[in-house]
Design a protein around this ligand. Structure first.
Ligand code: FAD
Length: 421
């Protein structure tokens, strides 16, 4: 470890690993240190609730890069320590092991910690979260001895986990506080489709009801009690109710923020020489009508990392990437592009009962986002529609025989026609 690094990155997850490798790719020759709380080499989180939990993917195959990559590029991995404080004046951070490390530029890529259950019984053994390898290893270790699982939260992580556990033969109940699953991120047709799928796979989906408390015996979970009085017997509860961005050391140091740390279009925080990227970065997103959002996706982590690596190597460009995401549940591959929040019209393209369809979200006639279920062709073509905010007629969008790409051609023709006139 050096006394100071030209670039010090805090958080050895998706965004942190990516900014380090992008810096070397863009020929940055200064020293780079990557500090991470987890002991493992940087790894991808998406398999945690999918193939890693099911046992179909080894941890080694989740590594973002093999160990020799980091050594070979002179990137110092400073793992197993947490940054507790930032001194933006002195340009130093203090770690949980007492080390003090200086920096020229600091890149904060600390992601977030799972939001914890706050009700009575939330400390019982058998209550789990799905954020780190360690979290999932604990679940895997306990699985053989359990039969009934309550998944609290019907978002992507909860639903993916439910799908894996039901395929493993567990009796699974999903409890969701809203009146439909995926309510924060998707439209009603998609929510209803996934509810139907989960029920068809034997998952009990309980909607519009909150958890009152978790009951236990000898310190272990035995039941989850819902606010409507329902008692769900369970030996395990898995909580997927969102994350709390890990930004306290930065905001304590004076950085502006709230739900995340505020960054400008170049991912700069309000502290000098400090960038923030990935899940923790509260930014103005062009695809959310310029609203301040935090995106929790691999795409956002990688694209912000690239913006910062370019800026550090003298090629400053604003962040303007089309958001995209995926989720695997059973044999369903969901791919989404754009941000649907704020839409005023939904068009379903194809028949959900065929298990291959898309949901198109429009605002004032412009394509804003598209969710594609087992429809990779639509996903690939929809990207351009979202990127250009193409105006498209609902009848054409709904017609599965009209490739989405042709709507883009129409739009270009229209534009060139206008330009020519
Ligand atoms: P992280 O990858 O979380 O990395 C942050 C790192 O910083 C962590 O290792 C953390 O321990 C460390 N850290 C935190 N505080 C400190 C500190 N003070 N000092 C030092 N280190 C610190 N996205 C998709 O696009 N598609 C998917 O299918 C998908 N599935 C997912 C499934 C699961 C179970 C999870 C948890 C996430 C999934 N995501 C998915 C989201 C995606 O993984 C995240 O958006 C991405 O990992 C964010 O990268 P990040 O670098 O911002 O945060």
């Amino acid at each position: 470890m050096k006394e100071a690094y030209d670039v010090l990155v805090v958080g050895a997850g998706q965004a942190g690993a990516q900014v380090c490798s992008a810096l070397r790719q863009f020929k940055f020759e200064g020293s780079i240190g990557l500090v991470g709380e987890e002991p493992e080499l940087p790894y991808e989180r998406p398999p945690l609730s999918k193939d890693y939990l099911s046992g179909n993917k080894s941890f080694e195959r989740m590594l973002i890069r093999p160990e020799m990559f980091w050594n070979g590029r002179n990137i110092d991995l400073l793992l197993g320590r947490r940054v507790l404080a930032v001194d933006a004046g002195q340009r130093r951070v203090t770690c949980s092991n007492g080390e003090s490390i200086g920096y020229g530029t600091l890149v904060w890529a600390a992601g977030g910690a799972p939001r914890h259950l706050a009700c009575a019984g939330s400390n019982l053994s058998g209550i789990h979260y799905v954020r780190t390898r360690c979290d999932v290893d604990k679940i895997i270790e306990q699985l053989p001895a359990i039969q009934r699982v309550v998944v609290i939260g019907g978002g992507y992580i909860g639903l993916e986990t439910a799908a894996v556990l039901s395929k493993l033969g567990k009796q699974v109940t999903v409890v969701e506080a809203m009146d439909r699953v995926l309510a924060r991120v998707a439209g009603e047709p998609l929510s209803r489709f996934y509810e139907t799928e989960h029920r068809a796979h034997g998952v009990d989906v309980q909607l519009h009801v909150t958890v009152e408390c978790v009951e236990g015996s000898a310190g272990k979970v035995t039941k989850v009690r819902l606010a409507d009085g329902t008692l769900l017997p369970a030996e395990m509860a898995i909580v997927g109710i969102g994350i709390v961005p890990a930004v306290a050391p930065l905001t304590d140091a004076g950085a502006q923020g709230g739900n995340g740390v505020a960054v400008d279009r170049f991912c700069k925080t309000t502290l000098p020489h400090v960038y923030a990227i990935g899940d923790c970065a509260l930014h103005t997103n062009d695809f959310a009508d310029g609203a301040q959002v935090r995106l929790e996706s691999v795409q956002n982590a990688n694209d912000m990392a690239s913006v910062v690596a370019k800026a550090i190597t003298g090629d400053e460009r604003p962040y303007h990437a089309v958001p995209w995401f995926w989720s695997n549940q059973y044999d369903l591959r969901l791919q989404t592009v754009g941000l649907s929040a704020g839409h005023d019209q939904i068009v379903v393209r194809g028949e959900p009962a065929t298990r291959s369809f898309s949901v198109v979200y429009l605002k004032q006639g412009r394509v804003r986002a598209v969710d594609c279920v087992n429809m990779t062709k639509d996903f690939v073509q929809a990207r351009q529609l979202v990127a250009h905010g193409v105006v498209a007629a609902a009848e054409q969008l709904a017609n599965i025989d009209v490739p989405l790409a042709t709507l883009l051609v129409d739009c270009h023709d229209e534009k060139s026609g206008r330009d020519a006139s």
